[in-house]
Design a protein around this ligand. Structure first.
Ligand code: ATP
Ligand code: LTN
Length: 328
């Protein structure tokens, strides 16, 4: 029996890719590649839901692809491509727009958060989950590995697939979100009540994948903690807990082993060790990233190859959808 699953996930090329993106999403994509059929997508059409400088967007799209490759996404095992290179995404999004009830969209918490206190929010930002549903459903996806914040969007994609199938007949595979337990929500170093975010206005709370070692050391040294003593996993101490989770994930050590290691020691010692562990964790990624960016032609050819592989899969589904709906 074939137990291979179709996996799809996406990430925006909005720059500032951080350790939350790596620990909550990208590392899981890389880890399970050989067991499944994977597509990983740099979602530039999602990025333009908020204004992007055109030259920067182009640069960040290549940068994101380079980071995914550096983090271990292998073109041999996964299809890596840019969303706008496969036009079926935008086309299916329109059709799904006509199937998704307004009420479902209005409930999306990310939109509520992101549109708060902002004038001139684009229609695209509101409609973002329809495009995301199109990304997922085009490839008859079984599983969507994402961080906690994207769960609601994947559920909307699932509900949309069910609704479409009910209205027009069996067309889409029903996808499910896969949320990593630990690390699915890494918090900001400056404010452990908010998730570490690309769009955070405060750079000191975000460890970027391409931060030089000294920047990492400074950010960790300044991370907000409390004045209690004892280096222990206690969710009631959110600043420390977040740092310990990062330490756990980058070292691979068990929780009790970590607590033993720091018994009788203070924040100074712990933060120094954490900083060195993060620097060492990111070092090979940064080295590989430098190699990929040194050869832009190779990167472009990997992306062209990815789009060439994704296109026929997407077009097959789109053709079926159009037939079902009565288009053409
Ligand atoms: P923004 O905060 O501006 O929306 P982002 O940092 O969430 O951006 P995305 O491109 O939206 O970045 O997310 C890429 C992937 O990383 C998604 O699967 C998302 O769930 C995951 N992710 C993002 N932030 C975190 C975090 N702080 N902890 C764990 N996973 C995260
Ligand atoms: N909305 C997601 C990125 C994204 C995605 C997808 C994730 C776009 N399309 C399809 C999984 C599947 C985000 O902002 N992290």
């Amino acid at each position: 029996m074939d137990t291979r699953k179709r996996i799809f996930s996406g990430i925006q090329p909005s720059g500032n890719t951080h350790i939350g993106n790596l620990l909550g999403a990208i590392r899981h994509w890389a880890a399970r590649q050989t067991e499944n059929d994977n597509l990983f997508c740099v979602v530039d059409l999602h990025a333009i839901t908020v204004y992007q400088d055109p030259a920067e967007l182009k640069k960040h799209t290549r940068e994101m692809a380079g980071l995914l490759l550096a983090a271990g996404i292998s073109p041999q095992h996964s299809i890596l491509f840019v969303q706008s290179h496969v036009s079926a995404h935008a086309e299916l999004a329109w059709i799904l727009n006509c199937v998704i009830p307004m009420g479902w969209m209005s409930r999306m918490t990310q939109y509520k958060e992101k549109s708060k206190n902002r004038e001139n929010v684009s229609v695209g930002l509101f409609d973002y989950p329809a495009l995301m549903a199109a990304d997922i459903l085009l490839y008859q996806t079984h599983q969507v590995p994402v961080g906690e914040d994207q769960k609601q969007h994947v559920e909307l994609a699932r509900d949309t697939a069910q609704r479409f199938n009910n209205l027009f007949g069996e067309t889409f595979t029903i996808p499910e979100p896969v949320i990593a337990g630990n690390g699915a929500r890494i918090m900001g170093l400056d404010d452990p009540t908010k998730k570490m975010s690309k769009s955070s206005p405060r750079a000191e709370g975000v460890i970027l994948l391409l931060d030089p070692p000294d920047a990492i050391r400074t950010k960790i040294r300044r991370a907000k903690t409390d004045s209690l003593s004892g280096i222990v996993f206690d969710e009631g101490r959110p600043g420390l807990y977040n740092l310990l989770v990062i330490y756990e994930l980058v070292t691979g050590l068990g929780r009790s082993e970590i607590e033993d290691r720091f018994t009788g020691k203070g924040y100074g010692v712990f933060k120094n060790e954490l900083a060195e562990a993060v620097v060492e964790y990111l070092r090979p990624l940064q080295t590989r990233y430098a190699e990929f960016t040194a050869d832009p032609a190779r990167l472009d050819s990997i992306l062209a190859e990815g789009a060439a592989k994704a296109r026929p899969l997407a077009e097959q589904t789109l053709k079926l959808v159009k037939e079902r709906v009565g288009l053409g």
